[in-house]
Design a protein around this ligand. Structure first.
Ligand code: HEC
Length: 585
């Protein structure tokens, strides 16, 4: 019933403040320093349990918060006493996924072993209340915004109604940024408007406004799905909000830039409650004075080739990246869906030693979070960062959404799987930033190529995968592979306009003008409204010295798009050549 404090200093400190606030409950044993012993063998709610619940549970288990019931009173706690023993001893509550000792994070949410035992003893001894005079003061919570009044609050104009039934819903809401100046964001806070149903929120930025069309396409506010169009996290930032945790305020000079004219895309992970629920979330922004350092970036490890057979218990997925420069890791954000089980993130330093970054033994999609290291983790040049995940696609996995299990592959829907590890890091200077960005770009291409190859192994006639693979090969300058797969894409689907266009462009660049012409003619047959196709066709004719034909095509391009400057310039040039020829004797 007693534990020696073996934890890193920061945790022990929190531990002793909890204890210190309620001096009656414990005394320090004299024999062994740091040993804590309860004085009384049968704990009471008032003296022993309330402090634990107030400190560790009330952030969510109080009226108006995400948890389904409050744990502020004896009555409530007693009613659920055995359930509380169960969830705390399994460490299902408070929800906190990282294993202690495998990476140190701020705002850890974890009961000490002795607290779990105290709760158990309390219940074993009849869950008595104790002397009401000893009741510790109820915890004080700041109502409203937790970090103070935000500099900017954006609220969804119309509420969204979540249906009563079904499983998790992912809903994306597009909110235009009204600011006319760039703003340096140090923190964001989400007020869900109906805390009970929101399990987590992500905020992404969409400079392309691609999400507006997705939003318009559905009558209700927002649009469904886990992949919000082209919206992305700002460079080096993971904007995730989870209930029960204080948002992090970055130091001046950190954070990210909110550019004017962008859209914010708020993605909510919602859980139906059995009755219709209205929700109208707000996002609060806290601005700083100093532009954030450009030396922050995200290292994103992932696999796109996930393919997990039905029934398999320990399906392993790995990926790694070697750091070409030294970095300081500030935070880590692991990602998988419902089949994810174990996650390990390890750094192998150049001297061969291993450093744990994160370990999760029982991944729970519902409690995903971003974790900030207590101290920046220094990783020298040459360090290999690796993720090593296990997935459980058997019926023993209580979180498996398929009964019986089915084969699950990589994909953005929550019923697909993903495996990713994002680390927020700081580099030393601009040169290092360039070097690591280049290597990450290459790593990303490798991930894409593997992903398309995996898709083709399953479905060799997936013309989109052939197209994607060809484009990735082009970037790695594997031209043979690129032509082979682009040809296959249009052979499989002769009506694939994009494929013909890509192939035409590739032939054009390779100097095979006759072949290019055939492709662009096919594109125009399929879609006569594509100005670029006429322009490229014109270029191919020009290259073959068929001046009149090229002029005709440039003219057509301009008919389709009168603002097409490039086609106008090409036309001018070819007309001049024609003129010259006429004047030649
Ligand atoms: C970060 C928010 C949060 C914290 C902190 C938290 N809970 Fe919960 N708790 C929830 C939510 C949400 C649920 C509803 C089930 C779910 O979504 O997983 C829940 C469910 C429960 C349940 C019901 C479990 C079931 O199977 O239905 C119990 C019991 C419980 N919590 C006890 C506790 C105790 C005891 C603590 C503190 C030691 C605690 N919780 C801390 C959010 C929290």
């Amino acid at each position: 019933m007693t534990t020696r404090c073996q934890w890193p200093v920061a945790v022990c400190f929190i531990f002793s403040t909890v204890v210190g606030g309620f001096p009656v409950a414990v005394s320090l044993g004299t024999d062994q320093p740091g040993r804590i012993q309860p004085v009384d063998e049968s704990p009471t709610f008032i003296r022993d349990i309330a402090p634990i619940l107030f400190e560790n549970c009330a952030s969510c288990h109080r009226p108006g918060e995400v948890a389904p019931f409050s744990l502020l009173s004896y009555k409530n706690a007693k009613r659920r006493a055995s359930q509380i023993v169960d969830v705390t001893s399994k460490r299902f509550m408070p929800p906190w996924l990282p294993e202690p000792g495998y990476g140190d994070f701020v705002s850890q949410r974890r009961l000490a072993d002795y607290q779990i035992k105290t709760i158990r003893r309390w219940v074993d001894h009849g869950a008595v209340e104790g002397d009401p005079n000893d009741l510790p003061p109820a915890p004080k919570f700041t109502p409203g915004w937790q970090l103070g009044e935000p500099d900017l609050v954006l609220t969804l104009p119309k509420p969204y109604t979540l249906g009563p039934d079904g499983t998790d819903v992912f809903r994306n809401f597009v909110i235009p940024n009204p600011e006319r100046q760039p703003r340096y964001v140090r923190a964001i806070e989400v007020r869900p408007g109906n805390a009970r149903i929101v399990h987590h929120a992500n905020i992404r930025v969409d400079p392309t406004h691609s999400c507006r069309a997705l939003d318009m396409a559905e009558p209700a506010p927002g649009f469904g799905g886990m992949l919000p169009g082209k919206a992305q996290f700002p460079p080096g930032a993971v904007l995730i909000w989870t209930p029960g945790r204080l948002p992090i305020m970055e130091q001046e000079g950190f954070g990210w830039v909110l550019e004017p004219g962008v859209d914010l895309v708020l993605q909510l992970h919602l859980q139906p409650t059995g009755k219709p629920e209205m929700i109208q979330p707000s996002i609060g922004f806290f601005f700083g004075q100093t532009p954030p350092t450009p030396l922050l970036l995200a290292i994103q490890l992932e696999s796109h080739s996930l393919d997990i057979p039905a029934g398999v218990k320990n399906h392993q997925v790995k990926s790694s990246f070697k750091l070409p420069v030294a970095v300081q890791a500030l935070g880590i954000y692991p990602h998988a869906h419902y089949l994810g089980k174990q996650m390990r993130a390890i750094a192998k330093l150049p001297d061969g030693s291993l450093k744990w970054l994160l370990r999760i033994n029982d991944w729970d999609f519902n409690w995903q979070d971003e974790y900030r290291f207590s101290e920046p983790v220094l990783l020298p040049k040459g360090t290999v960062i690796s993720m090593d995940y296990l997935y459980d696609n058997s019926k023993d996995n209580a979180r498996n959404i398929n009964h019986p299990p089915i084969r699950v592959r990589y994909g953005p829907r929550s019923s697909d799987e993903m495996g990713g590890l994002s680390m927020q890091v700081l580099v030393q200077n601009k040169e290092d930033l360039e070097v690591i960005s280049h290597d990450l770009w290459q790593y990303g291409l490798g991930v894409e190529i593997e992903g398309f190859q995996a898709r083709l192994k399953v479905e060799p006639k997936d013309y989109q995968a052939h197209n994607g693979l060809a484009l990735a090969f082009l970037q790695t300058r594997n031209f043979r592979g690129a032509f082979e797969h682009m040809e296959q894409a249009v052979n499989i689907n002769p009506d694939f306009t994009g494929g013909h266009y890509n192939l035409g462009t590739m032939y054009l660049r390779a100097g095979q003008f006759k072949r290019a012409i055939m492709q662009f003619e096919r594109v125009i047959e399929l879609n006569p409204g594509l100005a670029e196709a006429y322009n490229n066709l014109g270029i191919a004719y020009a290259q073959r010295n068929e001046v009149e034909k090229s002029i005709t095509e440039f003219e057509r391009a301009i008919v389709v798009n009168p603002d097409y400057t490039e086609a106008r310039n090409n036309l001018g040039r070819m007309r001049a050549i024609l003129e010259q020829r006429k004047n030649q004797p």
